[in-house]
Ligand binder design. Structure first.
Ligand SMILES: Nc1ncnc2c1ncn2[C@@H]1O[C@H](COP(=O)(O)OP(=O)(O)OP(=O)(O)O)[C@@H](O)[C@H]1O
Length: 310
């Protein structure tokens, strides 16, 4: 009998998952799984729980929560030799990873996706010693480091705030940066850089419209030094996916990226504070098998290859 471990964040989103837990366990049991669960207790607990699930050789780990919980579960799995297949039940406030994989937000429908048993191998990002599923990046935000506690939104999420008129926009300053990407070199003043895995991030659903979840490549975006008006103009274009040809932006694909700066530039990884530069990024090609609604995925040519069914 296959064994599934549910790791869920009881505080995620509107705390709806707890009420469905018994139904989810029963549904999995009916589908032939021996299922058990772990409720996370706070920051970092899902990492530990995922590592324990690896030690206990579960066949499947199901992360129920928002992107923060999935990020932690992936951080617990990514370095292990044996990696259980990953199921996702998106119950958070932000569910960009699930959206990119067309995993439904309805709990029952998300469990059905796992039961249907179709998986695809998905790329995972590594920034220094940490793993990410959606996006990482950096920019020089004067003062902001101290104003905003550790739980920063993604860089682009911050852009969304700025667009809504929050007064932090003027605190983005250009800084000198050196960015090496797959043998190419950029040197100059930048406002920010982003390293994306999925196409939709923090409400910007067309941020990287051509990104594939399993081609081994990041979408690298480098926004060169601009004035405030230009910055807002480009962010507005990004809402519509029309930023990618803008001359102020380098928009390209890369597998290995190194960034350094003489300035103190802060990093962000999947919406959390990620320390300061320098940073090195690796794309871990098809590193995790994730349950997906294969019919929906098939409609997207990009993800057609290498699906598996067992
Ligand atoms: N029992 C808990 N109490 C408080 N925080 C928790 C608990 N369990 C996990 N967490 C933390 O909550 C963070 C956010 O969780 P998650 O992304 O699942 O939900 P979310 O609804 O998207 O969150 P948020 O609304 O805070 O953005 C996790 O990264 C984790 O560190």
């Amino acid at each position: 009998m296959k064994r599934a471990r549910i790791i869920y964040n009881p505080t995620s989103g509107r705390e709806i998952f707890k009420r469905s837990l018994a139904d989810v366990l029963m549904k999995l049991e009916k589908a032939g799984y021996e299922a058990s669960c772990h409720a996370t207790t706070g920051e970092g607990d899902a990492i530990k729980a995922a590592k324990i699930a690896v030690e206990r050789e579960y066949d499947v780990v199901i992360a129920a929560g928002g992107d923060g919980t999935i990020n932690e579960v992936v951080n617990g799995l990514a370095e292990q030799k044996y990696r259980p297949k990953l199921g996702v039940i998106p119950t958070g406030t932000t569910n960009d990873f699930a959206r990119a994989l067309h995993i439904p937000r309805d709990i029952d429908a998300a469990v059905d996706v796992i039961i249907q048993n179709d998986t695809i191998p998905v790329d995972i990002g590594r920034m220094n010693d940490h793993y990410f599923i959606n996006i990482a990046g950096g920019g020089r935000l004067t003062e902001l480091t101290y104003e905003v506690p550790s739980r920063l939104k993604t860089m682009i999420g911050q852009l969304a705030y700025y667009l809504k008129g929050i007064e932090m926009l003027p605190s983005i300053r250009a800084a000198e940066a050196t960015i090496e990407y797959d043998g190419k070199l950029f040197e100059g003043e930048i406002m920010l850089f982003l390293v994306g895995l999925t196409n939709s991030v923090g409400g910007f659903e067309k941020l990287a419209p051509d990104s594939s979840i399993n081609d081994g490549l990041f979408t690298l975006m480098i926004l060169k030094k601009t004035n405030l008006a230009e910055f807002i103009r480009i962010a507005t274009l990004a809402l519509r996916g029309e930023h990618i040809h803008d001359p102020n932006l380098i928009y390209t694909k890369a597998n290995h990226i190194k960034v350094k700066s003489p300035a103190k530039m802060q990093l962000n990884i999947d919406g959390e504070y990620g320390g300061l530069l320098p940073a090195e990024f690796f794309n871990l090609y098809r590193h995790l098998d994730v349950f997906v609604p294969i019919d929906k995925i098939r409609q997207e040519d990009k993800l057609l290859e290498n699906e598996s069914h067992d």
